[in-house]
Design a protein around this ligand. Structure first.
Ligand code: NAD
Length: 382
Protein backbone atom coordinates (compact mmCIF):
# COMPACT_ATOMS: atom_id res chain seq x y z
CA UNK A 1 0.00 0.00 0.00
CA UNK A 2 1.31 3.44 -0.93
CA UNK A 3 0.92 6.39 1.41
CA UNK A 4 1.41 9.96 0.17
CA UNK A 5 2.24 13.11 2.12
CA UNK A 6 1.43 16.38 0.40
CA UNK A 7 2.78 19.84 0.86
CA UNK A 8 -0.37 21.47 2.28
CA UNK A 9 -1.67 24.07 -0.16
CA UNK A 10 -4.22 26.06 1.89
CA UNK A 11 -3.23 29.73 2.36
CA UNK A 12 -1.40 30.25 5.66
CA UNK A 13 -1.12 26.51 6.37
CA UNK A 14 2.30 25.56 7.73
CA UNK A 15 1.56 22.14 9.20
CA UNK A 16 2.24 18.77 7.59
CA UNK A 17 0.21 15.59 8.13
CA UNK A 18 3.09 13.28 9.14
CA UNK A 19 6.54 13.89 10.60
CA UNK A 20 9.50 11.55 10.01
CA UNK A 21 9.04 9.64 13.31
CA UNK A 22 5.54 8.60 12.30
CA UNK A 23 6.71 7.83 8.76
CA UNK A 24 9.34 5.47 10.17
CA UNK A 25 6.68 3.59 12.14
CA UNK A 26 4.42 3.28 9.08
CA UNK A 27 7.31 2.11 6.86
CA UNK A 28 8.06 -0.53 9.49
CA UNK A 29 4.43 -1.65 9.12
CA UNK A 30 5.11 -2.36 5.44
CA UNK A 31 3.80 0.84 3.83
CA UNK A 32 5.59 2.57 0.95
CA UNK A 33 5.71 6.27 1.81
CA UNK A 34 6.05 9.05 -0.80
CA UNK A 35 6.55 12.65 0.30
CA UNK A 36 6.11 15.75 -1.85
CA UNK A 37 9.32 17.78 -1.75
CA UNK A 38 9.17 20.63 0.75
CA UNK A 39 6.16 19.10 2.57
CA UNK A 40 7.65 19.67 6.02
CA UNK A 41 9.79 22.75 5.39
CA UNK A 42 7.42 25.31 6.92
CA UNK A 43 7.12 23.10 10.01
CA UNK A 44 10.91 23.01 10.30
CA UNK A 45 11.45 19.52 8.85
CA UNK A 46 13.88 19.02 5.95
CA UNK A 47 13.22 16.62 3.08
CA UNK A 48 16.29 14.58 4.08
CA UNK A 49 14.69 13.73 7.43
CA UNK A 50 11.83 12.00 5.57
CA UNK A 51 14.34 10.16 3.36
CA UNK A 52 16.23 8.96 6.43
CA UNK A 53 12.91 7.72 7.86
CA UNK A 54 12.46 5.53 4.78
CA UNK A 55 10.27 7.72 2.52
CA UNK A 56 10.80 8.52 -1.16
CA UNK A 57 10.80 12.22 -2.03
CA UNK A 58 9.05 13.38 -5.19
CA UNK A 59 8.46 16.70 -6.94
CA UNK A 60 5.65 15.19 -9.02
CA UNK A 61 2.52 16.10 -7.07
CA UNK A 62 0.23 14.89 -9.85
CA UNK A 63 1.78 11.42 -9.84
CA UNK A 64 1.70 11.32 -6.05
CA UNK A 65 -2.01 12.19 -5.98
CA UNK A 66 -2.77 9.64 -8.69
CA UNK A 67 -0.90 6.77 -7.04
CA UNK A 68 -1.47 7.12 -3.28
CA UNK A 69 -3.79 4.55 -1.71
CA UNK A 70 -3.67 6.43 1.59
CA UNK A 71 -3.45 10.18 1.90
CA UNK A 72 -3.28 11.62 5.41
CA UNK A 73 -3.76 15.39 5.13
CA UNK A 74 -4.19 18.38 7.43
CA UNK A 75 -6.83 20.11 5.26
CA UNK A 76 -8.97 18.82 2.40
CA UNK A 77 -6.98 18.98 -0.86
CA UNK A 78 -8.13 21.71 -3.27
CA UNK A 79 -10.51 20.94 -6.13
CA UNK A 80 -7.76 20.32 -8.73
CA UNK A 81 -5.92 17.94 -6.40
CA UNK A 82 -9.14 16.09 -5.54
CA UNK A 83 -9.79 15.47 -9.25
CA UNK A 84 -6.36 13.82 -9.54
CA UNK A 85 -6.92 11.33 -6.69
CA UNK A 86 -6.75 7.63 -7.38
CA UNK A 87 -10.21 6.09 -7.48
CA UNK A 88 -10.71 4.11 -4.26
CA UNK A 89 -8.01 6.05 -2.36
CA UNK A 90 -8.49 6.85 1.34
CA UNK A 91 -8.08 10.46 2.49
CA UNK A 92 -8.08 11.32 6.22
CA UNK A 93 -7.80 14.78 7.72
CA UNK A 94 -9.64 17.87 8.93
CA UNK A 95 -12.10 17.70 6.03
CA UNK A 96 -14.81 19.92 7.65
CA UNK A 97 -17.68 17.77 6.27
CA UNK A 98 -20.21 19.35 8.61
CA UNK A 99 -19.13 22.90 7.73
CA UNK A 100 -18.82 22.76 3.97
CA UNK A 101 -19.46 19.28 2.51
CA UNK A 102 -19.76 20.59 -1.06
CA UNK A 103 -15.99 21.21 -1.08
CA UNK A 104 -15.56 17.43 -1.01
CA UNK A 105 -17.69 16.73 -4.09
CA UNK A 106 -14.77 16.30 -6.56
CA UNK A 107 -13.22 13.63 -4.29
CA UNK A 108 -16.63 11.98 -3.85
CA UNK A 109 -17.00 11.85 -7.66
CA UNK A 110 -13.58 10.15 -7.86
CA UNK A 111 -14.92 7.33 -5.66
CA UNK A 112 -12.70 8.21 -2.72
CA UNK A 113 -13.12 7.10 0.92
CA UNK A 114 -13.01 10.10 3.26
CA UNK A 115 -12.41 10.14 7.02
CA UNK A 116 -12.90 13.34 9.05
CA UNK A 117 -10.44 13.62 11.93
CA UNK A 118 -12.62 16.23 13.68
CA UNK A 119 -15.29 13.53 14.09
CA UNK A 120 -13.12 11.10 16.11
CA UNK A 121 -15.33 10.28 19.12
CA UNK A 122 -14.14 11.57 22.52
CA UNK A 123 -13.88 8.07 24.02
CA UNK A 124 -10.95 6.68 26.00
CA UNK A 125 -9.76 4.22 23.35
CA UNK A 126 -9.67 6.98 20.73
CA UNK A 127 -7.73 9.47 22.88
CA UNK A 128 -4.47 9.02 20.93
CA UNK A 129 -6.40 9.86 17.72
CA UNK A 130 -8.06 12.98 19.15
CA UNK A 131 -6.63 15.62 16.81
CA UNK A 132 -9.15 18.25 17.92
CA UNK A 133 -7.78 18.08 21.48
CA UNK A 134 -4.20 18.30 20.18
CA UNK A 135 -4.94 21.44 18.18
CA UNK A 136 -6.98 22.96 21.03
CA UNK A 137 -4.02 22.41 23.37
CA UNK A 138 -1.72 24.31 21.00
CA UNK A 139 -4.29 27.08 20.44
CA UNK A 140 -4.94 27.59 24.18
CA UNK A 141 -1.23 27.95 24.90
CA UNK A 142 -0.63 30.35 22.03
CA UNK A 143 -3.69 32.45 22.92
CA UNK A 144 -2.27 33.16 26.38
CA UNK A 145 1.20 33.93 24.97
CA UNK A 146 -0.15 36.28 22.26
CA UNK A 147 -2.52 38.00 24.68
CA UNK A 148 0.41 38.54 27.09
CA UNK A 149 2.53 40.06 24.33
CA UNK A 150 -0.30 42.36 23.17
CA UNK A 151 -1.10 43.67 26.66
CA UNK A 152 0.63 46.95 27.57
CA UNK A 153 1.24 45.43 31.01
CA UNK A 154 3.31 42.64 32.52
CA UNK A 155 1.65 39.36 33.49
CA UNK A 156 3.58 38.52 36.70
CA UNK A 157 3.65 40.23 40.08
CA UNK A 158 7.00 42.03 40.34
CA UNK A 159 8.43 43.70 43.40
CA UNK A 160 11.27 45.92 42.27
CA UNK A 161 13.18 48.93 43.53
CA UNK A 162 11.11 50.89 41.01
CA UNK A 163 7.88 49.81 42.64
CA UNK A 164 5.46 46.91 42.76
CA UNK A 165 3.72 45.66 39.63
CA UNK A 166 0.47 43.84 40.35
CA UNK A 167 -0.23 40.63 38.38
CA UNK A 168 -2.42 40.83 35.29
CA UNK A 169 -6.01 39.65 35.66
CA UNK A 170 -6.98 37.07 33.07
CA UNK A 171 -10.52 35.82 32.53
CA UNK A 172 -11.01 32.58 30.57
CA UNK A 173 -14.47 31.78 29.22
CA UNK A 174 -15.01 28.11 28.36
CA UNK A 175 -12.82 25.66 30.27
CA UNK A 176 -12.59 22.84 27.73
CA UNK A 177 -9.28 21.63 26.30
CA UNK A 178 -8.18 25.04 24.90
CA UNK A 179 -9.47 27.01 27.89
CA UNK A 180 -7.66 24.81 30.42
CA UNK A 181 -4.40 25.14 28.48
CA UNK A 182 -4.87 28.93 28.31
CA UNK A 183 -5.43 28.96 32.10
CA UNK A 184 -2.32 26.85 32.75
CA UNK A 185 -0.17 29.05 30.47
CA UNK A 186 -1.46 32.34 31.90
CA UNK A 187 -0.82 31.01 35.42
CA UNK A 188 2.74 30.01 34.46
CA UNK A 189 3.29 33.55 33.21
CA UNK A 190 2.19 34.79 36.63
CA UNK A 191 -1.33 36.09 35.96
CA UNK A 192 -4.24 35.78 38.37
CA UNK A 193 -6.87 33.76 36.51
CA UNK A 194 -10.64 33.39 36.77
CA UNK A 195 -12.70 31.12 34.54
CA UNK A 196 -16.31 30.40 33.68
CA UNK A 197 -17.97 27.45 31.97
CA UNK A 198 -21.55 26.25 31.79
CA UNK A 199 -20.44 22.72 32.65
CA UNK A 200 -20.16 22.45 36.42
CA UNK A 201 -17.65 19.59 35.96
CA UNK A 202 -15.15 22.12 34.62
CA UNK A 203 -14.98 23.79 38.06
CA UNK A 204 -12.74 21.17 39.62
CA UNK A 205 -10.32 21.21 36.66
CA UNK A 206 -10.12 25.01 36.77
CA UNK A 207 -9.40 25.02 40.51
CA UNK A 208 -6.76 22.30 40.12
CA UNK A 209 -4.82 24.74 37.88
CA UNK A 210 -4.84 27.40 40.59
CA UNK A 211 -7.55 29.54 39.02
CA UNK A 212 -10.88 30.67 40.48
CA UNK A 213 -14.05 29.16 39.00
CA UNK A 214 -16.98 31.56 38.66
CA UNK A 215 -20.30 29.86 39.26
CA UNK A 216 -23.53 31.07 37.73
CA UNK A 217 -26.93 29.87 38.83
CA UNK A 218 -28.40 28.70 35.52
CA UNK A 219 -31.62 27.57 37.21
CA UNK A 220 -30.63 23.90 37.56
CA UNK A 221 -30.79 23.19 33.80
CA UNK A 222 -28.84 20.35 32.23
CA UNK A 223 -25.88 21.96 30.44
CA UNK A 224 -23.92 18.91 29.33
CA UNK A 225 -24.73 16.24 26.74
CA UNK A 226 -23.80 12.58 27.15
CA UNK A 227 -20.59 13.12 25.19
CA UNK A 228 -19.37 15.68 27.77
CA UNK A 229 -19.95 18.66 25.45
CA UNK A 230 -21.92 21.78 26.34
CA UNK A 231 -25.54 21.87 25.14
CA UNK A 232 -26.98 24.83 23.30
CA UNK A 233 -28.53 27.08 25.99
CA UNK A 234 -31.74 29.09 26.00
CA UNK A 235 -31.46 32.90 25.65
CA UNK A 236 -32.45 33.19 29.31
CA UNK A 237 -29.61 30.93 30.50
CA UNK A 238 -27.16 32.62 28.13
CA UNK A 239 -28.14 36.01 29.58
CA UNK A 240 -27.32 34.88 33.11
CA UNK A 241 -23.82 34.00 31.89
CA UNK A 242 -23.56 37.26 29.94
CA UNK A 243 -24.22 39.35 33.07
CA UNK A 244 -21.39 37.66 34.96
CA UNK A 245 -19.15 37.89 31.90
CA UNK A 246 -19.78 41.65 31.46
CA UNK A 247 -19.03 42.27 35.15
CA UNK A 248 -15.81 40.20 35.06
CA UNK A 249 -14.62 41.73 31.76
CA UNK A 250 -14.91 45.16 33.44
CA UNK A 251 -11.99 44.46 35.77
CA UNK A 252 -9.96 41.97 33.65
CA UNK A 253 -6.87 42.89 31.62
CA UNK A 254 -7.21 39.93 29.28
CA UNK A 255 -10.26 37.89 28.30
CA UNK A 256 -9.58 34.60 26.49
CA UNK A 257 -12.82 33.16 25.24
CA UNK A 258 -13.16 29.62 23.88
CA UNK A 259 -16.86 28.70 24.26
CA UNK A 260 -18.23 26.40 21.60
CA UNK A 261 -21.19 24.10 21.09
CA UNK A 262 -20.47 21.34 18.53
CA UNK A 263 -22.27 21.79 15.22
CA UNK A 264 -23.54 25.29 16.10
CA UNK A 265 -22.34 28.86 15.74
CA UNK A 266 -20.28 29.79 18.81
CA UNK A 267 -22.51 31.43 21.47
CA UNK A 268 -22.37 35.24 21.61
CA UNK A 269 -21.28 35.86 25.19
CA UNK A 270 -19.39 39.19 25.21
CA UNK A 271 -21.72 41.93 24.07
CA UNK A 272 -20.57 45.28 22.69
CA UNK A 273 -21.44 47.00 26.01
CA UNK A 274 -19.19 44.56 27.91
CA UNK A 275 -16.26 45.56 25.65
CA UNK A 276 -17.16 49.27 26.07
CA UNK A 277 -16.92 48.71 29.82
CA UNK A 278 -13.33 47.35 29.58
CA UNK A 279 -10.29 49.49 30.33
CA UNK A 280 -8.26 50.82 27.38
CA UNK A 281 -5.30 48.55 26.70
CA UNK A 282 -7.25 45.40 27.61
CA UNK A 283 -7.24 42.43 25.24
CA UNK A 284 -10.04 40.10 24.13
CA UNK A 285 -8.65 36.96 22.52
CA UNK A 286 -11.46 35.13 20.77
CA UNK A 287 -10.50 31.51 20.19
CA UNK A 288 -14.03 30.78 18.99
CA UNK A 289 -13.47 33.06 15.95
CA UNK A 290 -13.43 30.11 13.48
CA UNK A 291 -16.99 29.28 14.65
CA UNK A 292 -18.16 32.92 14.42
CA UNK A 293 -16.70 34.18 17.72
CA UNK A 294 -17.92 34.68 21.30
CA UNK A 295 -17.53 38.45 21.19
CA UNK A 296 -19.92 40.68 19.27
CA UNK A 297 -17.00 42.80 17.98
CA UNK A 298 -14.81 39.91 16.81
CA UNK A 299 -13.98 39.89 13.12
CA UNK A 300 -12.81 36.34 12.34
CA UNK A 301 -9.28 36.39 10.95
CA UNK A 302 -8.58 39.98 12.06
CA UNK A 303 -7.33 42.04 15.00
CA UNK A 304 -9.52 45.07 15.60
CA UNK A 305 -9.47 47.89 18.15
CA UNK A 306 -12.48 49.40 19.84
CA UNK A 307 -12.25 52.13 22.49
CA UNK A 308 -8.64 51.14 23.20
CA UNK A 309 -9.51 47.44 23.59
CA UNK A 310 -7.75 45.02 21.22
CA UNK A 311 -9.96 42.19 19.93
CA UNK A 312 -8.11 39.32 18.28
CA UNK A 313 -9.87 36.61 16.27
CA UNK A 314 -7.26 34.35 14.62
CA UNK A 315 -8.48 31.47 12.47
CA UNK A 316 -5.57 29.02 12.48
CA UNK A 317 -3.49 29.35 15.64
CA UNK A 318 -2.06 25.79 15.47
CA UNK A 319 -0.33 26.85 12.24
CA UNK A 320 1.69 29.41 14.25
CA UNK A 321 3.39 26.52 16.11
CA UNK A 322 3.72 24.19 13.13
CA UNK A 323 6.41 21.84 14.42
CA UNK A 324 4.61 20.68 17.54
CA UNK A 325 1.16 21.03 15.97
CA UNK A 326 2.36 18.68 13.19
CA UNK A 327 4.03 16.34 15.66
CA UNK A 328 0.86 15.94 17.70
CA UNK A 329 -1.37 15.72 14.61
CA UNK A 330 1.00 13.14 13.05
CA UNK A 331 0.75 11.00 16.16
CA UNK A 332 -3.06 11.24 16.07
CA UNK A 333 -3.44 10.45 12.38
CA UNK A 334 -0.79 7.70 12.36
CA UNK A 335 -2.58 6.02 15.30
CA UNK A 336 -5.84 6.33 13.38
CA UNK A 337 -4.37 4.81 10.20
CA UNK A 338 -2.70 1.98 12.12
CA UNK A 339 -6.08 1.25 13.68
CA UNK A 340 -7.57 0.84 10.20
CA UNK A 341 -4.73 -1.30 8.79
CA UNK A 342 -4.79 -4.97 9.67
CA UNK A 343 -2.23 -7.39 8.17
CA UNK A 344 -1.06 -4.73 5.72
CA UNK A 345 -4.58 -4.14 4.39
CA UNK A 346 -7.10 -1.44 5.09
CA UNK A 347 -10.01 -3.03 6.93
CA UNK A 348 -13.16 -1.03 7.55
CA UNK A 349 -15.36 -2.41 10.30
CA UNK A 350 -18.39 -0.20 9.75
CA UNK A 351 -19.84 -1.41 13.06
CA UNK A 352 -16.91 0.03 15.02
CA UNK A 353 -17.71 3.35 16.70
CA UNK A 354 -14.49 5.10 15.64
CA UNK A 355 -14.93 4.06 11.99
CA UNK A 356 -18.66 4.78 11.96
CA UNK A 357 -18.32 8.29 13.43
CA UNK A 358 -15.43 9.41 11.20
CA UNK A 359 -16.36 7.81 7.87
CA UNK A 360 -17.85 10.43 5.57
CA UNK A 361 -17.78 8.54 2.26
CA UNK A 362 -16.98 4.97 1.38
CA UNK A 363 -15.67 4.50 -2.18
CA UNK A 364 -17.58 7.61 -3.26
CA UNK A 365 -20.81 6.70 -1.48
CA UNK A 366 -21.73 9.35 1.12
CA UNK A 367 -22.42 7.31 4.27
CA UNK A 368 -22.46 9.95 7.01
CA UNK A 369 -26.16 10.70 7.68
CA UNK A 370 -25.69 14.43 8.47
CA UNK A 371 -23.46 14.96 5.46
CA UNK A 372 -26.02 13.19 3.22
CA UNK A 373 -28.69 15.51 4.56
CA UNK A 374 -26.51 18.60 4.02
CA UNK A 375 -25.79 17.53 0.43
CA UNK A 376 -29.51 17.03 -0.22
CA UNK A 377 -29.15 13.25 -0.65
CA UNK A 378 -31.94 10.89 0.46
CA UNK A 379 -31.35 9.05 3.76
CA UNK A 380 -29.38 5.83 3.21
CA UNK A 381 -31.34 2.61 3.63
CA UNK A 382 -30.44 0.91 6.96
P1 NAD B 1 -15.54 22.84 22.97
O1 NAD B 1 -14.40 23.36 22.15
O2 NAD B 1 -16.72 22.31 22.26
O3 NAD B 1 -16.03 24.04 23.92
C1 NAD B 1 -15.14 24.74 24.76
C2 NAD B 1 -15.79 24.99 26.10
O4 NAD B 1 -16.82 25.97 26.00
C3 NAD B 1 -16.44 23.75 26.73
O5 NAD B 1 -15.84 23.49 27.98
C4 NAD B 1 -17.91 24.16 26.87
O6 NAD B 1 -18.51 23.63 28.03
C5 NAD B 1 -17.80 25.67 26.94
N1 NAD B 1 -19.05 26.41 26.66
C6 NAD B 1 -19.99 26.15 25.69
N2 NAD B 1 -21.00 27.06 25.76
C7 NAD B 1 -20.68 27.91 26.76
C8 NAD B 1 -21.32 29.07 27.32
N3 NAD B 1 -22.50 29.50 26.86
N4 NAD B 1 -20.72 29.69 28.35
C9 NAD B 1 -19.53 29.25 28.85
N5 NAD B 1 -18.87 28.17 28.37
C10 NAD B 1 -19.45 27.51 27.34
O7 NAD B 1 -15.07 21.77 24.03
P2 NAD B 1 -13.79 20.84 24.08
O8 NAD B 1 -12.66 21.63 24.64
O9 NAD B 1 -13.60 20.21 22.76
O10 NAD B 1 -14.19 19.72 25.15
C11 NAD B 1 -15.46 19.60 25.70
C12 NAD B 1 -15.56 18.45 26.66
O11 NAD B 1 -15.08 17.25 26.10
C13 NAD B 1 -14.80 18.62 27.94
O12 NAD B 1 -15.57 18.03 28.96
C14 NAD B 1 -13.56 17.83 27.75
O13 NAD B 1 -12.97 17.44 28.96
C15 NAD B 1 -14.16 16.65 27.01
N6 NAD B 1 -13.14 15.93 26.27
C16 NAD B 1 -13.03 14.58 26.47
C17 NAD B 1 -12.07 13.86 25.78
C18 NAD B 1 -11.94 12.39 25.96
O14 NAD B 1 -12.52 11.82 26.84
N7 NAD B 1 -11.19 11.72 25.09
C19 NAD B 1 -11.21 14.51 24.90
C20 NAD B 1 -11.37 15.89 24.72
C21 NAD B 1 -12.35 16.58 25.41
Amino acid sequence: MRLGILKEAAPGETRVALLPDSVKALVAQGLEVYVEQGAGLLAGVADEAYAVAGATLTSDRTALLGSADLLPVVNAPDETSQRLLKSGAVVAGFLRPLDDPAVLLPAIERGVTLFAMELVPRISRAQAMDALSSMATIAGYKAAVLAASSLPKLFPLLMTAAGTVPPAKVFVIGAGVAGLQAIATARRLGAVVEAYDVRAAAGEQVRSLGAKFLDVDLGGIDTEDKGGYAKELSEEALNRGRDLIAKTCGYSDVVITTAQVPGRRAPLLIRRDAVENMRPGSVVFDLAAPAGGNCELTRPGETVESGGVTIMGPLNLPSTIPYHASQMYAKNIATFLKYLIKDGKLTLDRGDEIVRETLVTHAGDVVHPRVREMLGLPAASP
